[in-house]
Design a protein around this ligand. Structure first.
Ligand code: ADP
Length: 246
C-alpha cells in the first residue's frame, strides 16, 4: 500500500475514519452463511470482511496423519485476489501460510480435540475485503463458525488488533493505521477463561505501552465476545422458534 499524500492518522483526537482512540469500527456478525458447510459465519469490522466455514469432525486421510488419542484442527487463512485495491496474487504466500498457522494455534485451545480421535476439523477463512486487522476478523468469524458446526468447545475465541498512532494507543486498526502507524498488536483470547491464545506485535513501543495495549485489547475482546454470543443466542432462538412452529 502506498502512503497517501498528507495522510494524518490522528487529527484533533480523531482518527482518519472519525473514530475515537479506543472505539471499534461498526461490527456486523452473521452465522450460518454457507449452507454446505457444517458451520459458518461472516464478520465485518468496518470495511474488513471475513468469511469462515467449518467442516467436521470428519475422518482424516491419509491415515498416517491421524492421531490415535486426539483429533486435529486444520486452518487455512486466505485473502481473495479482489480483497484489496492492488490485486493480490492468488494462492498461498508466506504471509498467508504464517497467518494460517497462528490462527490455528489461536483456535486450538478452544476446541475439545480429544473428543474425536483420528478425526479432523477443518476451518477455512477467506478475507473478501481487506482494510486492516484481517487475521483477527477471520478469527472472530472462525470461532462462531466452529460453534455453529456444533464442535465441542471450552470457550469462544475473540480477537482484536490494537496499536499506536503517533503517541496514542488505539483499538481496531484500519488498513492505513495498520500500514502507517507506529505499532500494531494482534491479540486473541478465550474470554471466559481469560487465556491469551495469540499475541503478535509489529513496531516499537515501551514496556509500559505494551501492558496498556494488552489491557486495551483484552477489554475490546470482551466487547467482541458479547457480540459473538449474542449472534449465537439469536440463531438458536430463531431455530427453536422455527422447530416449535411459532
Ligand atoms: P492483518 O490484516 O491481520 O492486520 P497485516 O498486518 O499483514 O495483517 O496486514 C495489514 C493490512 O495490509 C491488511 O489488513 C490489508 O488491508 C493490507 N494488506 C495485506 N496484504 C496485502 C496485499 N498483498 N496487498 C494489499 N494490501 C495488503
Amino acid at each position: 500500500m502506498n502512503k497517501p499524500e498528507n495522510l494524518e492518522l490522528l487529527k484533533n483526537g480523531k482518527r482518519n475514519d472519525g473514530r475515537a482512540a479506543e472505539e471499534l469500527r461498526p461490527i456486523e456478525m452473521e452465522a450460518k452463511v454457507i449452507t454446505s458447510a457444517d458451520g459458518s459465519a461472516k464478520v465485518k469490522f468496518g470495511n474488513t470482511i471475513a468469511l469462515a466455514s467449518v467442516y467436521g469432525p470428519r475422518a482424516l486421510f491419509p491415515r498416517f496423519m491421524q492421531e490415535a488419542e486426539t483429533g486435529i484442527l486444520r486452518a487455512r487463512y486466505n485473502m481473495a485476489p479482489f480483497s484489496v485495491v492492488d490485486r493480490k496474487s492468488p494462492g498461498p504466500d508466506r504471509r498467508s501460510t504464517e497467518i494460517s498457522k497462528v490462527v490455528r494455534l489461536a483456535l486450538a485451545p478452544s476446541v475439545l480435540l480429544e473428543d474425536f480421535p483420528k478425526a479432523t476439523v477443518d476451518v477455512f477463512m477467506e478475507v473478501i475485503q481487506a482494510d486492516g486487522s484481517t487475521r483477527v476478523t477471520a478469527l472472530n468469524a472462525a470461532a462462531i463458525a466452529l460453534a455453529t458446526a456444533g464442535i465441542p468447545m471450552r470457550d469462544l475465541v475473540s480477537a482484536v488488533s490494537c496499536g499506536k498512532i503517533d503517541t496514542t494507543l488505539v483499538a481496531d486498526l484500519n488498513g492505513l493505521e495498520d500500514n502507517f502507524g507506529e505499532a500494531d498488536m494482534a491479540v486473541a483470547m478465550l474470554p471466559s477463561k481469560n487465556e491469551i491464545s495469540l499475541l503478535q506485535m509489529d513496531g516499537l513501543i515501551t514496556n509500559e505501552e505494551f501492558f496498556k495495549l494488552l489491557s486495551l485489547a483484552k477489554e475490546k475482546c470482551l466487547e467482541i465476545y458479547e457480540k459473538q454470543k449474542s449472534v449465537l443466542k439469536n440463531l438458536y432462538k430463531v431455530e427453536k422458534e422455527d422447530s416449535d412452529g411459532s
